[in-house]
Structures are given as C-alpha cells and as structure tokens.
Design a binder for this molecule. Structure first.
Ligand SMILES: [Zn+2]
Length: 500
C-alpha cells in the first residue's frame, strides 16, 4: 500500500472546544499562519453558526491562508449559510457539514428516524455545493452506527457531491481493528470517495485508531496540535505525522507536513492557551528527548541510534536561543518572531519591543519562550492594573492595596487575606465591585532561573460567562493580578455584549 495522507488540522475548531483553550480571532490567525508553515492540507477554522465572534475569526483565517480552510456546520440551511459567508473569499473553501448516524444519537439527541437523517445529510451536501465545489460530510458517532446504514449514508452523500466523507470515532470508543474494518469495508463498498478518520483519545487509542484507518484506506486524518480537543482530546498531529515519518517504510504512507515546524506549532499553541503538554507527552513533551538513565546516556554517546528513533532536530526541538537584551531593537525582535512563526503588524512589533526592553531591565536574558509569552499576553485596555502593594510575612496578617483603572476611571481598595495573593485578589474585587468567581489560577515559570518570567493563566466566572486571562511578569503577584483583571474584563465584555 502506498499513498499520501491529507492532514486536516482541527486545532482551531475541535481543539478550541477543550476547556481553557478558547482563542480570540487574532490568536487564531497567528496559529493558522504557523499551521500553514507546518504544511497541513486543511485548516478547520471554526463553527461559524456558534457566535458572531466565531464567524469573524473563521473569516479572518479564511482571508489569511492559501491552504484549504474548512468551516463546520450542522445540516440546517442557516448553519450552512453562515459557514459559506464566513468562508467567502477563501483561496480554497470547504464546507464541512455533519449529522449523527448512530441509533443512540438519532433516538435520544436528534429524535428522528434513520431515513430523515439520511434525507437531511443529502440535502445539506447539495445545498453546501451551491456555494463551493468542495464539501466534506461527517457521520457523527460513525463508529457506533449500524454498518449498513452508515454505508448507505456514505454512498448517498458521495453521490450528492461530498468528495470527502469523515467517519469519526466521536466518543473515543472504537478499538483499532474494529475501526480499521469500517474503513476496509467502506473502501470496498463506496469506491471513489476520500475517507477521513477523526479520533478521540478517551481510551488513549486515538493515534492507533487513526493508523488503523489509514492502513485500511483512509486518506485524510483529522488531528490537533498537542492533541487538544473535546474531553481527552483528538489524535495529536505530531504523534500521527511522526509515526508516518519514522515508520514510513513499513506503512508505505506519508504526509506533506514539514516536521521541523512541529515544536514551534506546539509551543505557539501552548503560549496562546497557557496549557502545556505533560512533560512525558510523545514528540512535544519537555522530556520527549531527555535521556536520564546512565545506561541510556552511555548508549546515546556511543551511537544515538541505540535509544533515539527520531532526532530532536527532526521535529524542530533544540536548544532555545537567546533572543534579546535591552539594546535590541525592533529589527532584532522582528527577525526572532519570524523564526518563531509569529507575524505581527508594525505597531504591534514596536509595542512588543518596548515590552522586551522593559523585561530586559528586570531579567538578564530574554529567551524565545519569554518572547512568546509576551506575544501571547496582550495587556487589556478596559480593566487595567495601575499599581499594587502587599505586606506579608509568616508573622503578619497579609494585606494588599490595589489601584486599577476601569474604562479610564481609577479606583482603589485594600483588603486582608490568607496570603499576599489572596489579599490582592480580594482588594481587586473590592475595587471592581463585581461578583466574580475564581475558577482556576495556574502559574508556570517560562524558563529556568530565579529571575524567570511567571506566566499566569486565570479562569473566572461572572454573570454566567466563563473567561480566561493570561499575563506574564517577573513578579508572580503582578502577573496574577493582570491575568485576573484581563479575565474579568473578558467576562464583563461578554455580559455587556449580551445586554446590548
Ligand atoms: Zn471531535
């Protein structure tokens, strides 16, 4: 068997649906540029019917990249229209419509008989084709659907014009041999259609299932960077792509991905969302290439092939480079950003250069990681920290005073707490006068060293809206407060938007 497998990246859609992974339009565009450098064949940019913001970000991605851009929609006409509108002007637009085909979903979620689902699937593909020639159809919960019915649906939507038909293991339930068998049968029963695999990692089988699919005829695989996605996530792009690269000879299959761009893509996604892969994560984890045991180190020195099946360089992982100091100018920042796959507008580069210089005053070396953290943490302009002061010690009652600016109006308050951070957050609440629930606050040192930047991600709930904030500073309380205020600002904006 031989063949080229298309890589369909859904980091911006399925990946974005994972808790804490939501991205703004600008961030989606930034990641889309790196996905294009990575060489994925299709970027699924979002679900335009979900919200105005989602529509806008799909449109922004569609305008930006030259590869195929897909937008997801249900079989409803208004959903398909929203997808078509968002994709307008894209170099290679693809409408991706779906409906569930398992009896479980049909009876309990959609409350419709099989015939109706089949009718809607065909009608949706036909309607989508009136906008663009390229249409993909997904049979949601395909792996738990009756095979005869699934085959009828695949044949009917292919006949109606869907060139790609996706057979998702929506709930991560399939075993590799079962999943592979569905593809073997469909390749035989519905010739001519490009079959696609979409797996979830609920049982840790997503990559194994995706491989089973391509070994049985699938020629598109849907993946996400770092394996982010609903629940336990999707098939991870780096695992799937590197399996085909390392074991290409046995598999007779390849992708068009430039694997040297993998580390940058992984890093960029993490710095945008604030969620980092676990250290032992295959291919992109911090320890993926670390050899600890003495015997291994000895073997590696004698010949790397003893314990290394792929080199760090093949996935673009290596020593982080020293970026800049306080004397570095805009051009130095710009060229480093370019190497990292980040393209910013001129005024953004200037603003970032100022922040790099400010950071270089407090921290000796500014590394790539620091630069990415600064890029990811755009200061909020509506709710802003002006200054804070804390008094704490193990024999003192911790106290904090904060001064903030809300839409240009200065406010200050003081509070006590069980520690300096608790006191500072309580003082923020008193100054804000809003009812905010703190859901999560995580701190990470961006690099090694005592003077490292602290990157803080905060999730809050306010007025029924959940929002995340993200900030970095060499002072962890400063970063926490900025991150908290930026999350509050985003939640407050959602409340104001809903009221308008
Ligand atoms: Zn999915």
């Amino acid at each position: 068997m031989s063949g080229r497998v298309l890589v369909f990246d859904t980091t911006l859609r399925d990946g974005e649906q994972s808790p804490g992974c939501s991205m703004h339009g600008v961030e989606k565009v930034r990641l889309a540029r790196q996905l294009e450098r990575l060489g994925v064949d299709v970027i699924e940019a979002g679900f335009p019917a979900a919200s105005v913001g989602e529509r806008e970000s799909v449109r922004a991605v569609a305008q930006e990249v030259a590869c195929t851009v897909a937008a997801l929609c249900r079989t409803r006409e208004e959903d398909i229209r929203a997808a078509a509108k968002a994709l307008h002007g894209a170099a290679r637009p693809r409408i991706h419509t779906f409906i569930a085909t398992s009896d479980l979903h049909l009876a309990h979620k959609l409350k419709m008989p099989r015939e109706e689902a089949l009718r809607q699937a065909v009608a949706a593909v036909r309607f989508a084709q009136t906008f663009f020639p390229e249409v993909e159809f997904s049979a949601e919960d395909a792996s738990r659907s009756d095979y005869g019915f699934l085959r009828d649906v695949v044949a009917a939507v292919h006949e109606a014009g869907a060139s790609v038909v996706n057979i998702p293991d929506t709930v991560g339930y399939a075993l590799p041999d079962e999943y592979g068998e569905i593809f073997a049968k469909l390749s035989r029963d519905v010739p001519g259609v490009t079959l696609s695999a979409h797996c979830h990692d609920d049982l840790g089988l997503a990559n194994a299932n995706s491989l089973a699919a391509v070994r049985n005829g699938a020629r598109q695989v849907e993946v996400t960077v770092n394996g982010v996605g609903e629940r336990a996530g999707n098939t991870s792009l780096e695992e799937f792509v590197m399996t085909l690269r390392v074991r290409g000879e046995s598999l007779g299959l390849s992708t068009g991905v430039r694997t040297e761009e993998i580390a940058t893509a992984s890093h960029l996604l993490s710095s945008i969302t604030g969620i980092w892969p676990q250290p032992n994560k295959a291919v992109v984890g911090r320890n993926a290439f670390a050899h600890e045991a003495g015997i291994h180190q000895h073997g590696m020195l004698a010949n790397p092939l003893t314990y290394e099946i792929m080199t760090p360089a093949s996935v673009g992982a290596g020593d982080s480079s020293l970026v800049l100091g306080k004397h570095s100018g805009r051009h130095a920042v710009e060229s480093r950003l370019k190497a990292l796959g980040v393209v910013l507008k001129k005024d953004e580069v200037e603003e970032l250069t100022a922040r790099v210089k400010e950071l270089a005053d407090r921290k000796k070396y500014v590394w790539d990681e620091d630069l990415l953290a600064l890029v990811a943490c755009v200061p909020d302009t509506h709710v802003r920290l002006v200054r804070y002061q804390t008094l704490s010690g193990n024999q003192l009652l911790p106290m904090a005073t904060v001064e903030i600016e809300v839409d240009g109006e200065k406010r200050s308050a003081s509070a006590g707490g069980n520690g300096p951070l608790d006191a500072a957050l309580k003082a923020c609440d008193a100054a804000l006068g809003l009812d905010v629930e703190l859901l999560e606050l995580t701190t990470r040192a961006v690099t090694g060293g005592k003077d490292a930047l602290a990157e803080v991600v905060v999730r809050v709930r306010h007025g029924g809206n959940e929002a995340a904030g993200h900030a970095a500073s060499t002072d962890s309380i400063d970063a926490s407060l900025k991150s908290y205020l930026s999350a509050v600002s985003a939640a407050r904006a959602a409340v104001l938007e809903a009221a308008a």
